[in-house]
Design a binder for this molecule. Structure first.
Ligand code: ATP
Length: 339
């Protein structure tokens, strides 16, 4: 398996180092053939090459089966949006939120949901203009094609879970663009009679994610910007933002990254929680062994890493964001021991 690794900025290199150590252990235990190539991208790449995602690295990204990406700082938009939308067409951003064991304090318990966020359009097409000195406009693009394919990802996922899909939108105000998104998802949903569909406005959804019984949410499907905001909240509601992994999946390739940002406030202190990054790497192994190749060794290795993380957390081995005093490194050592 060829993996392109972007360490990123802030705490990125620290949590990436952990994830790579864990990957190497899993690879040796499960006989995986992993080939890692590093790609410089982010704020440091801007300083060094004048480009956030230097074109010299594009062949490595194109040649990789998957990309494992740490958080990027100021230039995140230039890196992430280019990777998701550019030639790779990673159209589905999948962000699970669930509680973790071991006294990880959460705003809500009993959460087990997945946010399926459309990843290629909406205001993230980044078509913003000053039309005169005092007025800026931004285009919002919603297409039938992108709405249809994200609807299918969400509905297929719901079929394998608790069979509920909540469409989150603001079609009462954005009647044309969100109106199209909603009607396309509803149309696709007719092919899935076993899945219960409901809808929510984005403003109600952020409130209800905290207020309503967590069981009410299974799969949430939404457009790009709402999904971005909603998934940070969902990650927070279940504990630390340092725990939640995410996937950006296309038809042939996928990118895995933690939900959290570069966290410059704690960078270089050795206290970042590497869980989200390690779980992103585990998910990458499961995806590659599952949907991509059908090689069970990778699926088993991904599962073993996830079990090791859960086991570590449940024994109260926590980094400072969770109230513990383990460092990034000592936490990682504990995870590796358990694989
Ligand atoms: P972005 O806009 O890229 O999401 P941000 O600065 O808004 O970045 P984060 O970088 O995610 O948000 O950080 C938000 C807060 O969460 C910070 O105070 C940071 O210390 C904390 N945090 C984020 N990730 C981690 C982590 N892995 N371990 C510990 N704390 C973290």
């Amino acid at each position: 398996m060829r993996i392109a690794v972007i360490e990123g900025d802030g705490i990125g290199p620290e949590v990436t180092k952990s994830a790579i150590e864990v990957l190497k252990m899993a690879a040796s235990k499960y006989g995986l053939n992993i080939d890692i190539a590093y790609v410089e991208a982010g704020d440091n790449a801007v300083r060094k090459y004048g480009e956030a995602l230097p074109s010299r690295y594009w062949p490595i990204i194109e040649g990789a089966d998957a990309i494992l990406k740490g958080p990027v700082g100021e230039s995140a938009g230039d890196v992430v949006v280019k990777l998701r939308r550019g030639g790779l067409d990673l159209y589905a951003n999948i962000r699970p939120a669930r509680n973790y064991p071991g006294g990880v304090k959460a705003v809500r318990d009993g959460v087990d949901l997945v946010i399926v966020r459309e990843n290629t359009e909406d205001v993230y097409v980044r078509a913003e203009y000053m039309i005169n000195d005092d007025t800026a406009v931004a285009l919002r693009v919603i297409t039938r094609r992108a709405s249809e394919r994200i609807a299918r990802v969400a509905l297929n996922m719901a079929r394998a879970r608790r069979r509920r899909v909540t469409i989150v939108h603001k079609a009462n105000v954005l009647t044309v663009s969100d109106g199209l998104f909603r009607s396309v998802v509803r149309n696709v949903a007719r092919e899935y009679p076993e899945v219960l569909i409901n809808e929510m406005y984005i403003d109600a959804a952020v409130m209800d994610l905290v207020r309503r019984p967590p069981q009410d949410f299974d799969v949430i499907v939404t457009t790009n910007l709402y999904g971005d905001i909603l998934s940070d909240l969902a990650a927070y509601v279940t504990g630390s933002i340092g725990l939640a992994p995410s996937a950006n999946v296309g038809d042939n390739k996928a990118l895995f990254e933690p939900i959290h940002g570069a966290a410059f406030d704690i960078a270089g202190k050795g206290i970042a929680n590497p869980t989200a990054m390690i779980l992103s790497a585990a998910w990458m192994l499961r995806w590659y062994g599952g949907e991509r190749t059908g090689n069970n060794n990778y699926v088993a290795a991904g599962g073993a890493v996830e079990d090791a993380v859960i086991n570590t957390l449940s024994q109260g081995i926590h980094t400072p964001d969770l109230g513990g005093n383990y460092t990034t490194e000592s936490f990682t050592t504990e995870v590796i021991k358990r694989i």
